[in-house]
Design a protein around this ligand. Sequence first.
Ligand code: FAD
Length: 274
Amino acid sequence: MNILIVYAHPEPQSLNGALKNFAVTHLEQAGHRVQVSDLYAMKWKAALDANDSLDGPAGARFDPSLDSRLAFENGRQSADIAQEQDKLRWADAVILQFPLWWFSMPAILKGWVERVYAYGFAYGVGEHSDARWGDRYGEGAMAGKRAMLIVTTGGWEPHYSPRGINGPMEDILFPIQHGILYYPGFDVLPPFLVYRTGRMDEARFSAISDTLAQRLDNLWRTPPLSFRPQNAGEYSIPELTLRPEIAPGQSGFAAHRRPTVAGDSEPGPARAPA
Ligand code: FAD
């Protein structure tokens, strides 16, 4: 299988660097082909702007969506964007790896998403009408591919529990897992989470690596998160709200996941050994 790791940490000798190297070696030893987009090493340009089209703005002013669409359709995208899109086409699975910074991904990785996810590539795909609102949330260019997050945090696991002060990790990651990964069609696997990174030693690192190895070995078998597809009848179109009979009384992020049936094997997020 082909696996793309999009990796965002400025220091090669960091914990993230060690985990990334471990993942690459482990996957390659299992016979997979791996590419890494090491965003800091690549000096990735994080800011989406008019230079992302080789032609510059098409109109009198820069229009981020329209100019993205025209550049994508006409093969006039900046080369760095087109190369990352080729890697995504090549990949059977994509791993986004990053330290949690201010409750989200580092800016350089957000900038990768903003620039690589062009109009016509990751959004604005499929029929848009009153009857159908595009190929997204379960459909789209990434359909059939798998995606997973590897995220490290300074905070402790209970800080991210349902009543923890930081808010539940599932909610913090919803905009990434649902909004960035499920939207263009990825099947999103439960994240691999390493909490409390300030308390790390060789023994814990070794235990974490073992757990990560299991997750990588099961990349093709792990059931994805049970997000509700947009076009399977659970949402009214064009309102795009859950139909009244779906999850009645529920709102918020959790309503957009189908309940797991008792006996289902969907795992929770993989927590690295504490
Ligand atoms: P490192 O600092 O490189 O390493 C962590 C520990 O692991 C160190 O003790 C190191 O010695 C050890 N280590 C590294 N490699 C190995 C190895 N191979 N074997 C054994 N031990 C090793 N945290 C939150 O919870 N929420 C936030 O919102 C948040 N926001 C942040 C914002 C910013 C701008 C910054 C800088 C940090 C923030 N943090 C936050 C903390 C951040 O998530 C952690 O610092 C980060 O996840 C740690 O990952 P790292 O790769 O940088 O670890």
